[in-house]
Design a binder for this molecule. Sequence first.
Ligand SMILES: [Cu+2]
Length: 66
Amino acid sequence: MSDTLSFIVSDMTCGHCAKTITNAVLAVYPAAKVDIDLSTKRVAIANAGDRRAIISVIEAEGYSPV
Ligand SMILES: [Cu+2]
């Protein structure tokens, strides 16, 4: 469970988006480590679920991770 998964979320545009995504992931995976780089729109998540499940969590907030 320590693999880091990387996503590009091109519609994540500001700190509010980053916080929304972080909180959504932490709500489902409290032990996750979420690293966000707004300038590259990169979201790195460690210690959480599989890629597909995390994408679903982020999509549920209205964002489009790839
Ligand atoms: Cu925003």
